[in-house]
Write a protein that binds this ligand. Structure first.
Ligand code: BJ8
Length: 425
């Protein structure tokens, strides 16, 4: 990593610590991913991207920054990446999926809050995430208690803006939300020093729509061909995690290449799982990389994961911004709002559309059961699991709820529960 030390130092990264962390992250990736049998060849692109996460990709971002393009770090799919893309910049998910940074975070944050937030905060305190260090600002939101209070503490260490996301979707709330999106767009225009044209905005939306379309293609190929599952859930998860990091045009091209290969596999009736492997859908909170625990457990216990009803997953790519007949920036923002309104995060009340969608998703994929996954202390998803469990019971869909953090300590216990669940189906 020596060649990247000058860049890391320029970004005020603790280079020695980062180098140590990268060694562990690469080893874990190699152990979990490269040992899988019969992986699609096109996964090579995503493996390389994982290898370049804190090196080559950070150098690309640094180049954008030197050209005056905005770099925005986020923790939520409500932050409009289309607007950053329109400005030629990069909007990305920040490091937040590792247990290693949590002890540092607990010096400033309580222990009993969500591990995603603690992990992200720890990355900032340790200065080992090139994405956080590069960003002009972090765009937080008011989706959950732990997040919105953490922003006040994180702001001591890095520029933070907070987007007020309402908790209801009535007209009054939508007006407020739209103002917040417009303010976000103004912040982006402040970084580039000019107003963005309609053509630029439209281009930004088209680029992100194309990425979502490719992700939907992957989703259909992996989970809607019965016993033929041409890619593992673990590999699909890695691709989705990297969709929040990579340059979107290049990512879309690489993903479509992967999908072409998966199509060929389906035509040749080639599956990476044995016939009659239990096909499961995961519902719930996001899986920030390198949180691969549940996928690794399920797929080493006789199950296959065919979809994630999650923000690192289906909730992120299920809807496009409809560009039909749009000719002005105002209309475009209104269409973006229509799309955001359909994101069925548990922070909203009521959130019935999510339950209807889950039933529909199960029917489309003919899954054998669902696992409801909640990150520890995520109250909105945890409480909503009661309503989802009720609906699954009514539909006769086998249901298992798991609450977990990032530590490896409960892996054995989760494995026992997953094995028993699969056996019971
Ligand atoms: S749209 S799911 S990305 S808020 S941080 S709420 S896990 S306690 S991430 Fe989320 Fe946006 Fe909703 Fe999606 Fe719970 Fe943890 Fe809070 Fe979390």
């Amino acid at each position: 990593y020596e060649a990247y030390y000058p860049l890391w130092e320029k970004l005020n990264i603790d280079a020695a610590k980062l180098e140590g962390a990268l060694g562990a992250a690469q080893k874990r990736h190699a152990d979990l991913f490269l040992t899988q049998a019969d992986r699609p060849k096109a996964m090579g692109y995503f493996d390389d991207l994982w290898g370049n996460l804190q090196t080559g990709r950070i150098a690309e971002l640094d180049k954008l920054k030197s050209e005056g393009k905005p770099l925005v770090g986020t923790f939520c799919i409500f932050v409009p990446e289309e607007s950053v893309t329109a400005a030629g910049g990069a909007c990305y998910g920040l490091c937040s999926g590792s247990p290693a940074s949590i002890p540092e975070a607990e010096k400033e944050l309580p222990r009993n809050i969500c591990p995603l937030i603690k992990s992200a905060h720890g990355f900032k305190l340790l200065r080992v995430c090139g994405y956080t260090q590069s960003s002009d600002f972090i765009y937080g939101e008011t989706t959950c208690e732990a997040k919105k209070k953490t922003w006040e503490i994180l702001a001591k260490h890095h520029p933070v803006h907070v987007m007020h996301i309402p908790q209801k979707k009535d007209e009054k709330s939508m007006r407020l939300w739209r103002e917040e999106v417009e303010e976000f767009q103004e912040h982006i225009e402040e970084v580039v020093g000019r107003k963005l044209s309609f053509e630029e905005h439209k281009k930004g939306v088209e680029i992100i729509n194309a990425k979502r379309k490719a992700l939907r293609r992957l989703d259909a190929l992996r989970g809607m061909h019965g016993d033929i599952m041409p890619i593992s859930g673990l590999d699909s998860l890695l691709v989705m995690q990297l969709s929040f990091i990579d340059e979107p045009v290049r990512f879309t091209e690489a993903l479509n290449t992967l999908c072409d290969e998966l199509e060929e596999r389906i035509n040749a009736q080639k599956s990476v799982f044995e016939k009659e492997t239990t096909r499961l859908m995961i519902l719930g909170t996001p899986f920030a990389a390198p949180n691969w625990k549940l996928h690794q457990i399920v797929e080493s216990s006789g199950g296959a994961i065919v979809n994630e009803e999650s923000c690192i997953g289906h909730r992120y790519f299920k809807d496009d911004v409809n560009l039909e007949g749009v000719t002005t920036n105002e209309e475009l923002t209104a269409r973006m709002m229509e799309r955001y309104k359909n994101i069925d995060c548990a922070c909203f009340t009521p959130n019935e559309a999510r339950i209807e969608k889950i039933v529909k998703m199960h029917k489309e994929r003919q899954t054998d059961g669902v696992i409801y996954y909640t990150l520890s202390f995520c109250h909105t998803y945890n409480v909503e699991s009661h309503l989802v469990a009720e609906a699954m019971k009514k539909e006769g869909i086998p249901f298992l709820a798991i609450e977990s953090d990032y530590s490896p300590e409960d892996a054995g216990q989760i494995k026992t529960r997953v094995e028993a669940f699969i056996e019971s189906i």
